[in-house]
Design a protein around this ligand. Structure first.
Ligand SMILES: Nc1ncnc2c1ncn2[C@@H]1O[C@H](COP(=O)(O)OP(=O)(O)OP(=O)(O)O)[C@@H](O)[C@H]1O
Length: 296
């Protein structure tokens, strides 16, 4: 790994330019661009990311440019950038807010499949202010998202894909990229993220099948239609896939309507004969929906 410092738990890092001291608690993640540590400084806990100077500069710029969207906190707050010098070598890093929570796929591991809709609602809450600020997330995938706090807010940890609307998407992952599914271009527009949000929701419930669909949109639609859980929101998921939505708020509104009583009644009537054991889950689920709606 080029120019990335491997720190140890308990180690004290001193910023070369600010003189600020950061005590390393533990490593919290690593990826292509860098290593991230949970650290403690005079301001309390924070996340420290070692990366090469170009990545530190561009990620720092992205986080700063998101300050205008801060009311909705889509990503971590930027704190400061600095270098640490060890044995005559300079290692660039930056400090950001530590987002406490679980990665999306870890969060879903011990949850009922119906939770995928709550996360979709939260994802739409996350996307709306970002889109209103003239940007899109681009690389929308579970690995870049954390579920945080008692209201299960979605926050992003990797902002590398954020692209100005009208430009070509900077970074993408084929599984969630509409162009790879032959369903549109890579032009950065809200509909690009809403397509990805729909695929992400399907993936939370049927990951293997989505991977096997291998870019064939008809197979993706067949997964929705044959899934007892996803059927609850089938029209919305399909419309997002076909590019019908270019506004997260509208998609959220229609999703809530779709998940409300009428659709459930239909499904219940259809399944009456089989005395489904799922009704307590559905009841709990709609109580959650109501809570999310009221909390917002
Ligand atoms: N501010 C943060 N708060 C909490 N956890 C974080 C934070 N930033 C990063 N992480 C954790 O560290 C991991 C790696 O961080 P990040 O995605 O920024 O690295 P990367 O090298 O850019 O990754 P990639 O290879 O996906 O480009 C994340 O998946 C997440 O688990």
């Amino acid at each position: 790994m080029k120019n990335r410092y491997e720190a140890m738990s308990g180690e004290l890092l001193i910023g070369k330019w600010t003189g600020h001291k950061w005590r390393v608690e533990r490593e919290i993640g690593r990826g292509e661009n860098g290593i991230v540590y949970l650290v403690t400084g005079t301001i309390g806990q924070a996340a420290l990311k070692f990366a090469d100077s170009a990545a530190v500069a561009s990620e720092t710029n992205t986080l700063k440019s998101l300050e205008r969207v801060r009311g909705a906190s889509p990503g971590p707050f930027f704190i400061e950038a600095d270098d640490v010098e060890k044995n005559g070598v300079i290692y660039p890093f930056y400090i950001m807010e530590y987002i406490d929570g679980l990665m999306l796929h870890t969060f879903m591991r011990n949850k009922k499949e119906e939770w995928s809709f709550i996360l979709l609602l939260r994802l739409l809450d996350f996307l709306e202010p970002l889109h209103n600020s003239g940007k899109i997330m681009g690389d929308l995938k579970p690995e870049n998202l954390i579920v945080s706090g008692p209201t299960h807010m979605i926050r992003a940890v990797d902002m590398g894909g954020i692209t100005k609307q009208g430009r070509s998407v900077k970074e993408y992952t084929t599984l969630y990229d509409r162009a790879s599914w032959h369903s549109g271009t890579r032009e950065a527009e809200p509909a690009y993220d809403l397509f990805a949000a729909s695929v992400l929701t399907i993936t939370l419930v049927h990951k293997k099948e989505v991977q096997e669909a291998d870019g064939q949109i008809e197979r993706l639609i067949a997964i929705i239609e044959s899934s007892p859980v996803l059927q609850l929101a089938a029209p919305i998921l399909q419309q997002a896939i076909s590019g019908h939505y270019n506004c997260a708020k509208t998609m959220k509104k229609e999703l809530l309507i779709c998940l409300s009583g009428k659709k459930t009644m239909k499904l219940r009537t259809r399944r009456k004969k089989s005395k489904s054991k799922k009704w307590p889950v559905v009841l709990v689920f709609f109580t959650f929906i109501l809570m999310v709606f009221l909390l917002h």
